[in-house]
Design a protein around this ligand. Structure first.
Ligand code: NDP
Length: 330
């Protein structure tokens, strides 16, 4: 079988990485065990960094972009998968060290795939994608830490109208947590309230330099912004509380003090979804299947063709995307 298809490929242009459309065929793909016919991928912040070249995501060129896929197994040399199986893949270095999902076909390692959860269609699974699955990992981590209790205190979600933020709010609210959304877009308040947020703060207030210990407010939090936002979130966290850091939409620096940690036992939990072990992935998808309201998921999702990726990549880096974008690779 050697069909040709168009892929979004990150390559070097004028000395910098940039996403370009290129025609490839199945024979060009890596020699991994499972050939997947991809139905949908997604747009994540990291995809935006890779395509625009504003972040060095691809570690070798040329690199097919796209960190998420949902599709059907066409061929398999692994006993784990049979032709016709519906599968998803999140992370595992796709678009970084391994060819990714912005293509009709891809060959991948058998152990990177998980079955498409029964609760979701392929399009819904990609509406969740890495952003949503990471939100579920973050909620799992907060609950495991034990500082948040349904109905008690406030849980902070930063970057609220983005992909991670939107799914995090929906998941937390489904379990009865009181969520305060930090956003720079007041026009999204109605949307965030629809997802379940009951409190709102202007993200600018979390970006001002503040004292190392501030009024205790958050029992927990999920932060996709980083930098001063994370420093202030920690400084406002109650004794024994925890914030999960998973993103850098506002900056990768962390110029804070140890005060919240040594005087209030505040914990900073890190989250990397890319190489999360299978058990954690399955638990996160189980939470998503149980707690993510389909109507809310629908309202946070738009579906776009691959041809729009260059513009969408600019938009996500500029903080203009609300919720999640599914990419139809057909
Ligand atoms: P989105 O662009 O969808 O969401 C990011 C949100 O952050 C925006 O919608 C905006 O929310 C806010 N924001 C954007 N720019 C700024 C800024 N300059 N200052 C402050 N806030 C800003 O991206 P994703 O949800 O896909 O990803 C969010 C972050 O999480 C990214 O850094 C991404 O790389 C990271 N991530 C990490 C993962 C991991 O495994 N650790 C997995 C998935 C994502 P608003 O308009 O509401 O203020």
């Amino acid at each position: 079988m050697d069909r040709s298809f168009t892929a979004m490929v990150i390559d070097t242009v004028d000395g910098k990485p940039k996403g370009l459309f290129k025609d490839l065929s199945i024979g060009d793909l890596p020699d991994y065990d499972v050939l997947v016919e991809i139905a949908y991928s997604a747009l994540n912040y990291k995809d935006g960094l890779a395509i625009t070249g504003k972040g060095r995501i691809a570690r070798r060129m040329p690199m097919i972009g796209g960190i998420d896929l949902a599709g059907t197994v066409l061929e398999s040399r692994s006993p784990k998968w049979q032709p016709g199986d519906k599968v998803i893949l999140n992370g595992w270095g796709l678009s970084e060290t391994e060819w990714g999902a912005y293509a009709r076909y891809q060959r991948v390692k058998a152990e990177w795939l998980i079955p498409l959860p029964e609760a979701f269609s392929m399009q819904e699974a990609m509406a969740i994608g890495t952003a949503g699955y990471t939100s579920a990992l973050c909620v799992d981590a907060l609950e495991k830490w034990g500082s948040i209790k349904p109905g008690e205190g406030e849980v902070l979600v930063t970057g609220a109208a983005g992909g991670v933020g939107s799914v995090a709010i929906a998941l937390l609210c489904a379990q009865g947590y009181n969520v305060t959304a930090s956003t720079g877009r007041p026009q999204t308040h109605e949307y965030l309230a629809m997802l379940g947020a009951t409190g709102f703060i202007d993200r600018a207030t979390l970006q001002e330099k503040g004292p190392p210990l501030q009024k205790e407010r958050w029992t927990g939090g999920i932060d996709s912004v980083g930098s001063d936002t994370l420093v202030n979130a920690l400084a406002q966290t109650v004794r024994g509380g925890a914030i999960v850091a998973c993103g850098l939409a506002g900056g990768a620096d962390l110029n804070g003090t140890v005060m919240p940690h040594i005087l209030r036992s505040v914990t900073l939990i890190g989250m990397d979804s890319v190489v999360a072990p299978l058990e954690q992935r399955l638990a996160a998808w189980k939470r998503l299947a149980r707690d993510l309201d389909k109507e809310k998921l629908n309202k946070m999702t738009t579906v776009e063709p691959m041809s729009k990726l260059p513009q969408l990549a600019e938009d996500i880096i500029a903080g203009k995307i609300r919720g999640r974008v599914v990419i139809d690779v057909a």
